[in-house]
Write a protein of this length. Structure first.
Lengths: 116, 113
């Protein structure tokens, strides 16, 4: 089990450029989450999918952010155009039901995004 | 209210000491309370979790204490080791199809050798 795989690990881009972050969840996990982590705001949920369908995107900060999950093994988070305040570590996580009412979460190692 | 409040923001403990991190919540619908451990450059990893039908859960040196009436729960790390130095997050969620987690703000723990 390779865990949740995110790419790239680091991304440095210029303001105004499009940025695409990628995530491969663990096979068999039917829920996928995108989080953003900053010193100021901690871990914020941006959006989550259940069975490839977006369920709650209320955490997406602006229309510049979009996320897709075209199939059970792949998701993207896109920022267009990027701004310096988008600089953060973006985590993808997937979850599965381990027992009655109990879910396990596994996070990827994150993508550190720097917008200059 | 979905917020989970965590304290302290940082904690320094001597090796062998007890580390205690506290969290409080408002939403009584929360019914699952995990703790996550995060090392630099890594994603958070599940450490231990509790449901409100028990008041305490212990796994090795890690114990969660849960006070339902006070809407508080805490993580105790016994015999703290330098390898425990990390950021710890409490979280809470409500029963649902995906168990969306609400995280506390995190506690940076440093265990001195």
């Amino acid at each position: 089990d390779a865990g949740v795989i995110q790419s790239p690990r680091h991304e440095v881009t210029e303001m105004g450029q499009e940025v695409t972050l990628r995530c491969k969840p663990i096979s068999g996990h039917n829920s996928l989450f995108w989080y953003r982590q900053t010193m100021m705001r901690g871990l914020e949920l941006l959006i989550y999918f259940n069975n490839n369908v977006p369920i709650d995107d209320s955490g997406m900060p602006e229309d510049r952010f979009s996320a897709k999950m075209p199939n059970a093994s792949f998701s993207t988070l896109k920022i267009q155009p990027s701004e310096p305040r988008d600089s953060a570590v973006y985590f993808c996580a997937s979850s599965w039901r381990t027992g009655p009412g109990i879910y396990g979460y596994t996070f990827g190692s994150g993508t550190r995004l720097t917008v200059v | 209210q979905q917020q989970v409040k965590q304290s302290p923001q940082s904690l320094i403990v001597q090796k062998g000491g007890i580390s205690i991190i506290n969290c409080a919540y408002e939403n009584t619908a929360f019914d699952y309370f995990p703790w996550y451990q995060q090392f630099p450059g890594k994603g958070p990893a599940l450490l231990i979790a509790i449901r409100p039908d028990v008041s305490e859960k212990k796994e090795g040196r890690f114990t969660i204490s849960f006070n339902k009436s006070a809407k508080q729960f805490s993580l105790h790390i016994m015999d703290s080791q330098p390898g425990d130095s990390a950021t710890y997050f409490c979280a809470a969620s409500i029963s649902g199809s995906a168990r969306q987690l609400t995280f506390g703000s995190g506690t940076q723990l440093t265990v001195l050798p």
